[in-house]
Design a protein around this ligand. Structure first.
Ligand SMILES: [Zn+2]
Length: 257
Protein backbone atom coordinates (compact mmCIF):
# COMPACT_ATOMS: atom_id res chain seq x y z
CA UNK A 1 0.00 0.00 0.00
CA UNK A 2 1.40 3.36 -1.02
CA UNK A 3 2.00 6.08 1.52
CA UNK A 4 -0.53 8.89 1.16
CA UNK A 5 1.28 12.14 0.42
CA UNK A 6 0.36 15.72 -0.39
CA UNK A 7 1.17 14.93 -4.02
CA UNK A 8 -1.24 11.98 -4.08
CA UNK A 9 -4.08 14.17 -2.76
CA UNK A 10 -3.22 16.87 -5.28
CA UNK A 11 -3.19 14.37 -8.15
CA UNK A 12 -6.49 12.86 -7.04
CA UNK A 13 -8.17 16.28 -7.24
CA UNK A 14 -6.39 16.97 -10.53
CA UNK A 15 -7.87 13.86 -12.15
CA UNK A 16 -11.40 15.08 -11.47
CA UNK A 17 -11.04 18.87 -11.65
CA UNK A 18 -7.80 19.58 -13.54
CA UNK A 19 -5.90 22.46 -12.00
CA UNK A 20 -4.91 23.55 -15.51
CA UNK A 21 -8.56 24.42 -16.15
CA UNK A 22 -8.54 27.13 -13.46
CA UNK A 23 -8.83 30.75 -14.54
CA UNK A 24 -5.60 32.59 -15.34
CA UNK A 25 -6.18 35.03 -12.46
CA UNK A 26 -6.67 32.21 -9.99
CA UNK A 27 -4.21 30.56 -7.64
CA UNK A 28 -4.72 26.81 -7.29
CA UNK A 29 -2.89 23.58 -6.53
CA UNK A 30 -0.24 23.19 -3.84
CA UNK A 31 0.18 26.71 -2.46
CA UNK A 32 2.10 26.02 0.75
CA UNK A 33 4.08 23.02 1.93
CA UNK A 34 5.81 19.96 0.62
CA UNK A 35 4.88 17.53 -2.18
CA UNK A 36 6.30 14.48 -0.42
CA UNK A 37 4.85 15.15 3.02
CA UNK A 38 3.14 12.02 4.37
CA UNK A 39 -0.54 12.62 5.15
CA UNK A 40 -2.62 10.90 7.81
CA UNK A 41 -5.21 13.59 8.44
CA UNK A 42 -6.81 16.13 6.10
CA UNK A 43 -8.92 19.12 7.04
CA UNK A 44 -11.25 20.51 4.33
CA UNK A 45 -12.57 24.06 4.43
CA UNK A 46 -14.05 26.67 2.15
CA UNK A 47 -11.63 29.29 3.52
CA UNK A 48 -8.33 29.20 5.35
CA UNK A 49 -7.84 31.54 8.28
CA UNK A 50 -5.62 31.36 11.34
CA UNK A 51 -8.51 29.59 13.11
CA UNK A 52 -8.52 26.93 10.39
CA UNK A 53 -4.78 26.37 10.78
CA UNK A 54 -5.19 26.13 14.55
CA UNK A 55 -7.96 23.58 14.03
CA UNK A 56 -5.71 21.55 11.70
CA UNK A 57 -2.93 21.70 14.29
CA UNK A 58 -5.24 20.44 17.04
CA UNK A 59 -6.47 17.63 14.80
CA UNK A 60 -2.93 16.68 13.80
CA UNK A 61 -3.75 17.33 10.14
CA UNK A 62 -0.71 17.65 7.86
CA UNK A 63 -2.80 19.00 5.00
CA UNK A 64 -5.61 21.51 4.51
CA UNK A 65 -7.62 21.30 1.30
CA UNK A 66 -9.48 24.54 0.75
CA UNK A 67 -11.70 25.95 -1.95
CA UNK A 68 -10.64 29.59 -1.74
CA UNK A 69 -6.89 30.05 -2.13
CA UNK A 70 -4.50 32.14 -0.11
CA UNK A 71 -2.34 34.65 -2.02
CA UNK A 72 -5.22 35.02 -4.51
CA UNK A 73 -3.98 38.45 -5.53
CA UNK A 74 -0.33 37.51 -5.21
CA UNK A 75 1.78 39.26 -2.65
CA UNK A 76 5.28 40.58 -2.37
CA UNK A 77 5.47 40.99 1.40
CA UNK A 78 4.79 38.84 4.44
CA UNK A 79 4.48 41.23 7.36
CA UNK A 80 3.40 40.14 10.82
CA UNK A 81 -0.04 41.49 11.75
CA UNK A 82 -1.43 41.07 8.24
CA UNK A 83 -4.09 38.33 8.63
CA UNK A 84 -3.16 36.39 5.52
CA UNK A 85 0.58 36.67 6.24
CA UNK A 86 -0.05 35.41 9.77
CA UNK A 87 -2.07 32.49 8.35
CA UNK A 88 0.77 31.62 5.96
CA UNK A 89 3.25 31.80 8.82
CA UNK A 90 1.06 29.50 10.93
CA UNK A 91 0.95 26.97 8.07
CA UNK A 92 4.72 27.06 7.64
CA UNK A 93 5.75 26.84 11.28
CA UNK A 94 3.32 23.96 11.87
CA UNK A 95 4.40 22.07 8.74
CA UNK A 96 0.87 22.08 7.35
CA UNK A 97 0.50 21.98 3.56
CA UNK A 98 -2.27 23.77 1.70
CA UNK A 99 -3.91 22.70 -1.53
CA UNK A 100 -6.60 24.94 -3.01
CA UNK A 101 -9.10 23.80 -5.64
CA UNK A 102 -10.95 26.93 -6.72
CA UNK A 103 -12.17 27.77 -10.23
CA UNK A 104 -11.14 24.31 -11.42
CA UNK A 105 -13.53 22.81 -8.84
CA UNK A 106 -16.22 25.38 -9.72
CA UNK A 107 -16.36 23.86 -13.20
CA UNK A 108 -16.90 20.33 -11.89
CA UNK A 109 -20.16 18.54 -11.21
CA UNK A 110 -19.32 18.70 -7.48
CA UNK A 111 -19.11 22.51 -7.48
CA UNK A 112 -20.96 24.62 -4.91
CA UNK A 113 -23.56 25.50 -7.53
CA UNK A 114 -24.18 21.87 -8.48
CA UNK A 115 -24.18 20.83 -4.82
CA UNK A 116 -26.86 23.36 -3.86
CA UNK A 117 -28.92 22.32 -6.89
CA UNK A 118 -28.69 18.67 -5.83
CA UNK A 119 -29.64 19.55 -2.25
CA UNK A 120 -32.74 21.27 -3.61
CA UNK A 121 -33.65 18.17 -5.60
CA UNK A 122 -33.19 19.87 -8.96
CA UNK A 123 -33.52 17.35 -11.74
CA UNK A 124 -31.96 17.09 -15.20
CA UNK A 125 -29.09 19.41 -14.30
CA UNK A 126 -27.35 20.93 -17.32
CA UNK A 127 -23.92 22.57 -17.10
CA UNK A 128 -22.63 25.55 -19.02
CA UNK A 129 -19.24 26.54 -17.62
CA UNK A 130 -19.86 27.72 -14.05
CA UNK A 131 -23.63 27.71 -14.48
CA UNK A 132 -25.93 24.80 -13.61
CA UNK A 133 -29.58 24.83 -14.70
CA UNK A 134 -32.36 22.36 -14.02
CA UNK A 135 -36.01 21.75 -13.27
CA UNK A 136 -37.65 21.99 -9.88
CA UNK A 137 -39.17 18.72 -8.73
CA UNK A 138 -42.42 20.53 -8.07
CA UNK A 139 -42.86 24.04 -9.48
CA UNK A 140 -43.60 26.63 -6.80
CA UNK A 141 -43.83 30.37 -6.49
CA UNK A 142 -40.71 32.41 -5.80
CA UNK A 143 -41.49 32.88 -2.10
CA UNK A 144 -41.97 29.14 -1.59
CA UNK A 145 -38.71 28.43 -3.40
CA UNK A 146 -36.94 30.95 -1.16
CA UNK A 147 -38.18 29.07 1.91
CA UNK A 148 -37.01 25.78 0.42
CA UNK A 149 -33.53 27.22 -0.25
CA UNK A 150 -33.25 28.62 3.28
CA UNK A 151 -34.25 25.27 4.72
CA UNK A 152 -31.74 23.33 2.60
CA UNK A 153 -28.72 25.61 3.02
CA UNK A 154 -29.59 26.67 6.59
CA UNK A 155 -28.92 30.33 5.85
CA UNK A 156 -31.01 33.45 5.20
CA UNK A 157 -31.59 34.32 1.54
CA UNK A 158 -32.35 37.70 0.00
CA UNK A 159 -34.94 37.54 -2.73
CA UNK A 160 -35.46 40.13 -5.45
CA UNK A 161 -38.30 40.14 -7.97
CA UNK A 162 -41.93 39.00 -8.08
CA UNK A 163 -42.56 36.71 -5.11
CA UNK A 164 -45.55 35.18 -6.89
CA UNK A 165 -43.65 34.24 -10.04
CA UNK A 166 -43.99 30.53 -10.82
CA UNK A 167 -40.55 28.92 -10.86
CA UNK A 168 -40.13 25.76 -12.90
CA UNK A 169 -36.53 26.16 -14.12
CA UNK A 170 -33.75 27.48 -11.98
CA UNK A 171 -30.06 28.28 -12.47
CA UNK A 172 -27.25 28.17 -9.94
CA UNK A 173 -24.08 30.23 -10.01
CA UNK A 174 -22.69 30.23 -6.50
CA UNK A 175 -19.96 32.41 -5.05
CA UNK A 176 -19.31 35.70 -6.79
CA UNK A 177 -20.97 34.79 -10.08
CA UNK A 178 -23.71 37.41 -9.90
CA UNK A 179 -23.36 38.31 -13.57
CA UNK A 180 -24.45 34.77 -14.47
CA UNK A 181 -28.12 35.83 -14.41
CA UNK A 182 -28.07 36.66 -18.13
CA UNK A 183 -26.82 33.19 -19.07
CA UNK A 184 -29.37 31.78 -16.61
CA UNK A 185 -32.22 33.52 -18.40
CA UNK A 186 -30.85 32.40 -21.77
CA UNK A 187 -30.90 28.84 -20.40
CA UNK A 188 -34.62 29.19 -19.67
CA UNK A 189 -34.47 29.86 -15.92
CA UNK A 190 -37.00 32.08 -14.18
CA UNK A 191 -34.83 32.27 -11.09
CA UNK A 192 -31.11 32.52 -10.39
CA UNK A 193 -29.33 31.66 -7.17
CA UNK A 194 -25.95 33.24 -6.53
CA UNK A 195 -23.73 34.25 -3.64
CA UNK A 196 -22.87 37.83 -4.58
CA UNK A 197 -24.63 40.15 -6.99
CA UNK A 198 -24.27 43.86 -7.64
CA UNK A 199 -27.12 46.30 -7.22
CA UNK A 200 -27.29 47.29 -10.89
CA UNK A 201 -27.31 43.63 -11.88
CA UNK A 202 -30.31 43.01 -9.61
CA UNK A 203 -32.14 46.00 -11.14
CA UNK A 204 -31.45 44.65 -14.63
CA UNK A 205 -32.35 41.06 -13.80
CA UNK A 206 -35.65 41.99 -12.16
CA UNK A 207 -36.54 44.31 -15.07
CA UNK A 208 -36.01 41.28 -17.31
CA UNK A 209 -38.58 39.37 -15.27
CA UNK A 210 -36.20 37.22 -13.25
CA UNK A 211 -36.17 36.36 -9.60
CA UNK A 212 -32.77 36.59 -7.90
CA UNK A 213 -31.78 34.71 -4.76
CA UNK A 214 -28.68 35.98 -2.99
CA UNK A 215 -27.68 33.32 -0.49
CA UNK A 216 -24.33 34.89 0.45
CA UNK A 217 -21.01 33.67 -0.86
CA UNK A 218 -20.30 31.23 1.96
CA UNK A 219 -23.71 29.53 2.09
CA UNK A 220 -23.90 29.25 -1.70
CA UNK A 221 -20.65 27.26 -1.81
CA UNK A 222 -20.29 25.47 1.54
CA UNK A 223 -22.34 22.43 0.39
CA UNK A 224 -19.43 21.47 -1.88
CA UNK A 225 -17.19 20.55 1.07
CA UNK A 226 -18.94 17.28 2.08
CA UNK A 227 -18.82 16.26 -1.60
CA UNK A 228 -15.11 17.08 -1.85
CA UNK A 229 -14.52 14.94 1.23
CA UNK A 230 -16.55 12.04 -0.19
CA UNK A 231 -14.64 12.30 -3.47
CA UNK A 232 -11.24 12.16 -1.73
CA UNK A 233 -12.29 9.26 0.51
CA UNK A 234 -13.31 7.27 -2.53
CA UNK A 235 -10.39 8.33 -4.71
CA UNK A 236 -7.62 7.54 -2.24
CA UNK A 237 -8.52 4.01 -1.16
CA UNK A 238 -5.26 2.59 -2.59
CA UNK A 239 -3.21 4.61 -0.13
CA UNK A 240 -2.40 4.32 3.56
CA UNK A 241 -5.44 5.04 5.72
CA UNK A 242 -6.25 8.63 6.59
CA UNK A 243 -8.96 10.61 8.29
CA UNK A 244 -10.62 13.57 6.65
CA UNK A 245 -13.08 16.07 8.06
CA UNK A 246 -14.73 19.39 7.43
CA UNK A 247 -13.65 22.49 9.31
CA UNK A 248 -15.99 23.23 12.19
CA UNK A 249 -15.34 26.98 11.95
CA UNK A 250 -17.15 29.75 10.13
CA UNK A 251 -14.63 31.92 8.30
CA UNK A 252 -15.86 35.30 9.50
CA UNK A 253 -15.92 34.88 13.24
CA UNK A 254 -13.96 31.70 13.72
CA UNK A 255 -17.04 30.55 15.65
CA UNK A 256 -18.14 26.95 15.48
CA UNK A 257 -20.85 26.19 12.93
ZN1 LIG B 1 -16.15 31.29 -3.76
Amino acid sequence: MQQLTVRAVHDCIDRFAPFISAEGYDNVGLLVGCWDQPVTRILCALDVTEATVQEARELGAELIVSHHPLMFHGRKRLIQGDPEADTLKALMINDISLISAHTNWDQSVLSGSASVAHDLGIGDLQQDGYLFTGELLSPANAEQVKQLIEEKIAAPVRMYGDQNLLITTMSFGGGAFGEGYRAAQAAGAQAYLTGEIRHHEIIDAVARGMVIYDAGHYASEAPMIPRLIAYLKEGLTDFTPFTICESAHLPFTGALK
